[in-house]
Ligand binder design. Structure first.
Ligand code: ZN
Length: 240
């Protein structure tokens, strides 16, 4: 069965902007599912905002080890009860990978507990993503850096809690820097935020980016699931 991945995408830019649908004819979720699906350890499905329950029914969530999230223009349309279900699932062990503008998704903000604001501009500048933890499993096979010809600038300060592990720092031609690859543990779940992926650039076809996301899936897969979130009163193991 392998690692069961669900790739969730808002899937709006691809429908409303020709330049985005030209880059991602099957949607951003389709492009990500395509490369993940080639890995023999991974089985992948997709879900999108406009499907019933945003494609995240109990059946889907119960069969998801790692949820990948891309959203931008319609964060506010994501139902709060579904956000609640996703966050609970993360606390129980599900991996969660927030891509690019998912920094402002309800799920990521809720998991961070901070505003998750940042500074940005979109002027087609280049980015160099430096690996700062070369022996981290998410950086496996990447080398010292990833060079992206064009990316939207996301700059500090990024209002997140101090990451448990920082794997990438992005440097932009315009002079800004950003914590571009951040790991967090929330309950039993592992969370990875990865900054590249603006919809008008073919970022998810870059083989190094694909490798990072694939590595992140393997890193964030649950090793143990918590059955129930509870705080039980217990008896002592020894005689008191
Ligand atoms: Zn963007």
């Amino acid at each position: 069965m392998g690692i069961r991945v669900t790739v969730w995408n808002e899937y709006r830019h691809e429908k409303s902007e020709a330049r985005v649908s030209e880059i991602y004819p099957k949607g951003i979720h389709g492009a990500i599912a395509d490369f993940l699906g080639k890995d023999p350890e991974i089985t992948v499905r997709t879900a999108t905002l406009d499907e019933p329950e945003h494609g995240l029914t109990d059946e889907v969530l119960d069969n998801t080890d790692v949820l990948i999230w891309w959203g931008h223009m319609a964060h506010s349309e994501v139902r709060d009860d579904i956000v609640e279900k996703v966050c609970t699932k993360v606390l129980k062990g599900m991996g969660f990978i927030a891509l690019h503008s998912a920094h402002f998704s309800k799920v990521f903000k809720r998991l961070m507990g901070t505003a998750c604001t940042l500074r940005w501009r979109e002027i087609e500048e280049s980015e160099r993503l430096w690996v700062v933890e070369p022996n981290h499993p998410i950086a496996d096979g990447i080398g010292p850096y990833i060079e992206l010809e064009h990316e939207e600038m996301y700059g500090e300060r990024f209002d997140i809690p101090t990451p448990d592990e920082l794997v990438f720092i992005g440097w932009f031609k315009g002079g800004d820097v950003f914590r571009s690859g951040c790991c967090f543990k929330r309950g039993y779940g592992k969370v990875f935020y990865f900054q590249p992926g603006h919809e008008t650039f073919p970022i998810y076809y870059n083989e190094q980016i694909q490798r990072v996301i694939t590595n992140a899936v393997k890193w964030s897969k649950p090793t143990i699931w918590l059955d129930k979130i509870e705080a039980p009163k217990v008896e002592p193991l020894e005689k008191i």
